[in-house]
Design a protein around this ligand. Structure first.
Ligand code: NAD
Length: 492
């Protein structure tokens, strides 16, 4: 068993109180690592180190900072297999997914922002012969970076890379459930020779270490990815302090399938968009709306495909879905399904634990459908109750989807926009005018058409409504982690 330590001022240190808690391997239910239960005093030391490192780091030339980012990316590549394995043991995601998605993207995040930094130009505007203005993008100070458990190291690097690229220093608080790869990243950062104090890691619980970081007076910006409830709490803390705040929160994403969809081509991706990483991706589509003409045939094909997904040992190459992250999360998902069943939803497949798996927090890919699909007045009434139900409104964040029919574009846009969330939406259609028309009407930060989770890091990413505040991406991250200063010069 591995005991993690905090990384403060370039050194790995134990938490001051000497306390640790166990983080389980969700596939075996055995202790995987021991995580420091850090407190406010540990956070204060990390913030002090980051503050002390700020002027030296922010004054380095951009090319020098970019070179450090490249070194960190190379360090991730060099330990990619170890990172993929740790991510899988910690979170339950298939190791094959971590090896092809999480870890390469983590390295890419550093390379991407190194490239952005090297090629950046600033804005200058001549006013007349004797006067011009230009914009300086200036680093702010110590960034507090807080991340969730579902894409642990990938989401962390998406914050650390732009923060330090632009001359800030940071204190990172990874999820208490998945701290292992962040710890490995701290070793990679140390070995890359980054000046001490530029990146600090403090492990611990959200209500303790996380809250202390958010409250700290010397942390002028917080970049947070996680649940909407936590995001709201953080907003309440930082708003009176006038801190900069970026929130990437939960989703309840609609998947809209029009009758002209090329199902032969797209079915596998539609299923993947529902169940990848056990449905524990904020972008997974959990409300599937299908044009009524193809509702029965689509549902049959979708269920057949879902039944064929391999659920099992995340270290096995053939596995598509591992266990859910924790017992508590499994119970939450089970609760959603039990309530939906009690309300009369049909379970078309799944609905419980796979019979062959005795240990671990496994849950089968589950497809639910409303009771009636006909157009009788009784059927329409029960559909209405279904659309207002909890399973259609709240984020499950597990391998559970519903499939419901729709009759018109206006109707499905109304249904898609009917939740408090607005992170992403996916459309499946062969009609370009449908794609453009519906994309324009959806309340979502990202709309994918005939694809899913394709990310161009140059594009803005984030949510509307209760899915977030602000955007991440090339320009957006640079704007978040810097302040613009306009300098106006008269030179006659
Ligand atoms: P969570 O909100 O419970 O925890 C996220 C992080 O916040 C953890 O590191 C936790 O320790 C910390 N935290 C908790 N309370 C805190 C407090 N009071 N102050 C400061 N930090 C605190 O979320 P989770 O369960 O880890 O992650 C799942 C959620 O994340 C889902 O809702 C999912 O949709 C969302 N998510 C969103 C995105 C996105 O890009 N929009 C990406 C991934 C996950």
């Amino acid at each position: 068993m591995i005991r993690l330590s905090n990384f403060v001022d370039g050194t790995h240190v134990a938490p001051e109180n000497g306390k640790y808690f166990a983080s389980l391997n969700p596939a075996t239910e055995e202790v995987h690592v021991e995580v420091p239960r850090s407190e406010a005093s540990d956070v204060s030391k990390a913030v002090a180190a980051a503050k002390a490192a700020f002027s030296g780091w922010s004054e380095r030339r951009a090319e020098v900072r970019a070179d450090f980012l490249d070194k960190i990316a190379a360090g991730i590549d060099a330990r990619a297999e170890e990172l993929a394995r740790a991510e899988s043991l910690d979170q339950g995601k298939p190791m094959s997914l971590a090896a092809t998605l999480d870890i390469p993207r983590a390295a890419h995040n550093f390379r991407f922002f190194a490239g952005v930094l090297r090629h950046e130009l600033s804005v200058a505007a001549p006013m007349d012969r004797s006067m011009f203005s230009y914009v300086r993008r200036e680093p702010i100070g110590v960034a507090g970076l807080i991340s969730p458990w579902n894409l642990p190291v990938y989401l962390l690097t998406w914050k650390i890379a732009p923060a330090i690229a632009y001359g800030n220093t940071c204190v990172v608080k990874p999820s208490e459930m998945t701290s292992h790869t962040a710890f490995i990243l701290s070793e990679i950062i140390r070995d890359a020779g980054l000046p001490r104090g530029v990146v600090n890691f403090v492990f611990g619980l959200g209500g303790e270490a996380g809250q202390a970081l958010v409250e700290h007076k010397d942390v002028p910006m917080i970049s947070f990815t996680g649940g909407t409830v936590t995001g709201r709490k953080i907003s309440e803390t930082v708003a009176p302090q006038m801190k900069k705040l970026s929130l990437e929160l939960g989703g309840k994403n609609p998947t809209i399938v029009f009758k002209d969809v090329n199902l032969k081509k797209h079915l596998k991706m539609i299923v993947r968009s529902a169940f990848l990483n056990q449905g524990e991706i904020c972008l997974c589509g959990s409300r599937i709306y299908v044009e009524r003409d193809i509702y029965e045939s689509f549902t049959e094909a979708f269920v057949k495909e879902a039944r064929e997904l391999i659920v099992g040992d995340p270290l096995d190459k053939a596995t598509f879905m591992g266990p859910l992250v924790s017992k508590e999360h499994l119970e939450k998902v089970q609760g959603f399904v039990a309530e939906a069943k009690a309300q009369g939803l049909r379970v078309l497949t799944g609905g419980g634990r796979p019979e062959n798996l005795k240990n671990g927090f496994y849950f089968s890919p589950t497809v639910l459908a409303p009771e009636a699909t006909g157009k009788s007045s009784e059927g329409m009434a029960s559909e209405k109750a279904f659309h207002a139900s909890k399973i259609q409104s709240d984020e499950v964040f597990g391998p559970v989807v519903t499939i419901a029919p729709f009759d018109s574009e206006n109707e499905v846009v109304g249904l898609a926009n009917s939740t408090k969330y607005g992170l992403s939406a996916t459309l499946w259609t062969d009609s370009l005018s449908t794609a453009h028309g519906v994309a324009a009407k959806l309340h979502a930060g990202t709309v994918w058409v005939n694809t899913w989770m394709s990310r161009d890091l140059r594009m803005p990413f984030g949510g509307v409504k209760e899915s977030g505040l602000g955007r991440e991406g090339q320009l957006d991250s640079v704007h978040f982690f810097t302040e613009a200063k306009t300098v106006c010069i008269r030179h006659d």
